[in-house]
Design a protein around this ligand. Structure first.
Ligand SMILES: *[C@@H]1O[C@H](CO)[C@@H](O)[C@H](O)[C@H]1NC(C)=O
Ligand SMILES: *[C@@H]1O[C@H](CO)[C@@H](O)[C@H](O)[C@H]1NC(C)=O
Length: 207
């Protein structure tokens, strides 16, 4: 009885904390959008250098009007399962407010609901995107700003059509060069120091 009370109380607190609000489950969304991204399966792109071209459109097998409630499209870069393994901070949750699969926003665009129009956006990969394996997902939001549908470049198991982003940006490169210089310098300095010490001991012993 006490345990039940505790459960009810904690559920109540949970709800008050706002997690009962606007809760959209990923599994409740229909996959209606066809999404493509320019990288080929297994391609490696450079953050801060390369671009990704993304297209999205209502699947042609669906009657136009299926998308009449779509107001905005948000494109996101999402971690493939291989880059989520042992990383709780990238975990997939069915509750979209807690899902951490798609942490990088590509763009938000008003949805064009006219007759299966293919829309396109080119994204220069931002420098701060971590090195990982990714796919692209599009969420359709309705007029209440809630997710109502989606589409993605990979299959439902998230196993096909994945690409890699490498994040050795110019900044990191110069940092690397810097640290190499410093370690080379310290090795040289150490030798010079020993040489001088040796000369000193030699000089004092020959006196
Ligand atoms: C469009 O939807 C059909 C039926 O759900 C599906 O078989 C097909 O693969 C989809 N097209 C694309 C390009 O995803
Ligand atoms: C929609 O597009 C298809 C092919 O692009 C065309 O055959 C059809 O007439 C168009 N329908 C409308 C209502 O514009």
């Amino acid at each position: 009885m006490a345990a039940q009370g505790l459960v009810v109380a904690s559920l109540l607190i949970f709800c008050l904390a706002g997690s009962c609000y606007g809760k959209v489950q990923f599994s409740s969304l229909k996959r209606t959008l066809d999404v493509t991204a320019s990288p080929k399966q297994g391609q490696v792109l450079e953050a801060g250098v390369d671009k990704i071209a993304v297209t999205w459109a209502l699947n042609k097998t669906l009657p136009s009007g299926t998308d009449s409630a779509y107001k905005t499209i948000k494109l996101k870069l999402c971690y493939a399962p291989i880059s989520q393994k042992d990383r709780a901070w990238r975990k997939t949750e069915d509750d979209l407010s807690r899902d951490k699969t798609c942490q990088h926003d590509i763009v938000a665009k008003p949805y064009d609901a006219s007759n299966h129009t293919v829309q396109r956006f080119e994204w220069p990969i931002e420098r701060d995107v971590p090195k990982a394996t990714y796919f692209v997902r599009a969420y359709a939001f309705d007029f209440n700003n809630e997710e109502v549908a989606y589409g993605q470049t990979t299959d439902t198991k998230k196993s096909s059509n994945l690409f890699d982003i490498n994040s050795i940006s110019g900044r990191h490169m110069s940092l690397d060069i810097c640290s190499i210089c410093f370690s080379a310098f310290s090795v040289v300095a150490l030798f010079v120091f020993f040489y001088i010490e040796k000369q000193k001991t030699k000089a004092s012993s020959s006196k």
